[in-house]
Design a protein. Structure first.
Length: 122
């Protein structure tokens, strides 16, 4: 935290901040929630980069979203059958999470990567 806080003024001036990403940040929701709380106490912007594959909607998820300034939601493919072939799972949880974010009024950017023959049909 000390090292990151030393860059706070640069991050704030540039519109940057801290992003939780990786395999799936929501799998460590409690840790990311606490991490984001610490950054917000230092006035550092927080961003959750997620595929939205949320299995539970509970207090921890809400608390995480409460300290998340921006959600970048990764949509791989809107057509569920193509999504299953591409990723190995249905997109239903991701789309359900997107609806949940709308219901909460959560600031969200949708990230849809266009890959020829996989996701360029929309």
């Amino acid at each position: 935290m000390k090292e990151v806080v030393s860059y706070r003024h640069f991050m704030n001036a540039s519109g940057g901040g801290m992003t939780a990403s990786g395999g799936e940040a929501i799998l460590q929701a409690e840790f990311i929630r606490d991490w984001f709380r610490a950054y917000q106490q230092q006035s550092i912007h927080t961003c959750l980069d997620t595929n939205g594959f949320v299995r539970r909607y509970d207090k921890v998820i809400d608390e995480l979203l409460d300290v998340t300034d921006l959600v970048m939601l990764d949509l791989k493919q809107l057509d569920d059958s193509i999504h299953k072939n591409l990723v190995g799972v249905s997109n239903h949880r991701t789309l359900e999470f997107a609806r949940y974010l709308v219901k909460r009024g959560q600031k969200t950017w949708i990230r849809y990567v266009v890959v020829p023959s996989w996701s360029d049909d929309v």
